[in-house]
Design a protein around this ligand. Structure first.
Ligand code: MG
Length: 449
């Protein structure tokens, strides 16, 4: 069977891994397994129109209709699918990848990311003969404009707009030349927040900086926050399902620190509740949430896993360390614009972000990646498992070894020939020693092969 879907939909370099022929067949397979109207939106990449045309053509050829919403953030399309009577959605995006990449992300009828079962059904159909509709049953395509406004209004309906307006805030926003340029500046305008904008012109080669919101890529945002004395800096990735923050002194805020700050604020406001995150996120989340009577549940890595667990346990908030934050009262998916709204409320309620971060328990972390051929990955995990007998271990995703002084997560990458090591401790020397120990273990194993 052809393997199409990776951890983030069908993704690749255009006209090398991902061609219009593949996109056409994905459209046909999707329409065959999901009968009914499909809503589609794109991010800002140059190759979006080509993929949009091919996927839509495949869908219509099988006899289903397409609603095209234009350029929008992924969570805006997801909210449309959730609140309109459609069979599902397709987002044309490669999120934070370089400009030569693009992708096809399938959205389920409830607006959440497609399940592995749905993706497997599309892959199975992809290789089969798919009957085409008779000429008079071929589907049609309708363009619906102006959805950015409706999506922004849905976020406003969840926020205390008057309180945010009264606070008279100045922020800096970096849209990474992506799709959020149509929604996040509009959201801030409607909230009465003075926004200094960077890279808010959608442009497919990402001239401002690469669209992954890392500290290295956000140096302009950091210096603009310092220069202007803004209370907050924020940046999206290319499709704005993620949002990362810069505090009021211009410090880059790692995603799991933002998760701890927001989780604490929301659990306090709610008088308790559950926060869901992956087992790779900082222990600072567990410590700060349990200190105020909340509970933290950990899942395997990947936002669909976090979102599904949130639904199952009735959690109000969840997310991952990469800046993907999920607010259950709006929708069960990562939503960068919603994260902006909630962070503004959080600093109005609890004071400057820097002070809130200083009040969190301090942890040090190390992240390493080591080249590892795919066929060695399983043996490597069992080698490390055998070498750490007697330790407290968690097998949810990879292998997490928990000791009194911290934890180490060793995990094969699902998409690349890489093996990852995540380590965390409250002591800087300890975390470095722990990471080194497991790095040596991996290297010793690989050299023996
Ligand atoms: Mg993204």
């Amino acid at each position: 069977m052809t393997k199409l879907f990776g951890t983030n939909g069908v993704r690749g370099v255009i006209n090398e891994d991902l061609t219009s022929k593949v996109a056409l067949q994905v459209g046909k397979a999707l329409a065959a397994v999901t009968p009914g109207t499909i809503a589609i939106a794109t991010d800002a990449r140059y190759t979006c129109e080509m993929l949009l045309s091919a996927v839509s053509s495949g869908i219509m050829a099988v006899g289903s209709n397409v609603i095209f919403l234009g350029m929008l953030p992924t969570p805006a399309l997801q909210y449309y699918v959730k609140t309109h009577n459609v069979a599902g959605g397709v987002m044309i995006t490669a999120s934070h990848n370089p400009p030569e990449f693009n992708g096809i992300k399938v959205i389920a009828s409830d607006g959440t990311e497609a399940t592995p079962e749905q993706e497997a059904a599309i892959e199975a159909k992809y290789d089969e003969f798919i009957p085409l509709a008779r000429w008079d049953r071929v589907g049609s395509m309708k363009t619906v404009g102006g959805y950015a406004d409706e999506y922004v209004n849905s976020i406003l309906s969840k926020l205390d707009v008057d309180k945010i307006k009264e606070a008279n805030l100045t922020v800096v926003l970096d849209c990474a030349n992506g799709a959020s340029a149509y929604t996040s500046p509009l959201l801030l305008k409607k909230l009465g927040v003075r926004a200094i904008t960077l890279n808010c012109n959608p442009q497919g080669e990402f001239p401002g900086h690469r669209s992954e919101p890392t500290e290295d890529n956000l140096q302009d945002l950091i210096s603009m926050v310092k220069k202007t004395g803004a209370v907050l800096g924020m940046a999206h990735d290319g499709d704005a399902d993620r949002c990362v923050f810069v505090d009021n002194e211009g410090n880059y805020v790692p995603g799991d620190v933002a998760l701890a700050v927001l989780g604490k604020s929301l659990i306090k406001q709610n008088g308790g509740g559950i926060v869901v995150t992956s087992l790779a996120a900082s222990s600072a989340i567990g410590d700060s949430i349990s200190s105020i009577g909340g509970e933290v549940i950990r899942t395997a890595i990947g936002s669909p896993k976090v979102a599904r667990k949130m639904m199952e346990v009735g959690s109000i908030f969840g997310g991952e360390e990469n800046g993907g934050l999920i607010f259950a009262d709006h929708q069960y998916c990562r939503d960068g614009a919603m994260a902006i709204g909630r962070m503004l409320e959080c600093i109005i309620e609890n004071g400057p972000l820097k002070n809130q971060i200083d009040a969190l328990p301090k942890y040090h972390s190390v992240r390493l990646k080591i080249h590892c051929p795919d066929n060695f990955k399983a043996d490597l995990i069992s080698y490390i498992d055998k070498s750490t007998e007697g330790f407290n271990k968690d097998y949810t995703d990879g292998l997490k070894i928990i000791t009194d002084s911290g934890w180490v997560l060793v995990r094969p990458s699902g998409t690349e020939p890489l093996f990852r090591i995540y380590a965390e401790s409250s002591n800087k020397t300890t975390v470095e020693q722990m990471a080194k120990k497991y790095e040596e273990m991996v290297v010793t194993f690989l050299e023996s092969m």
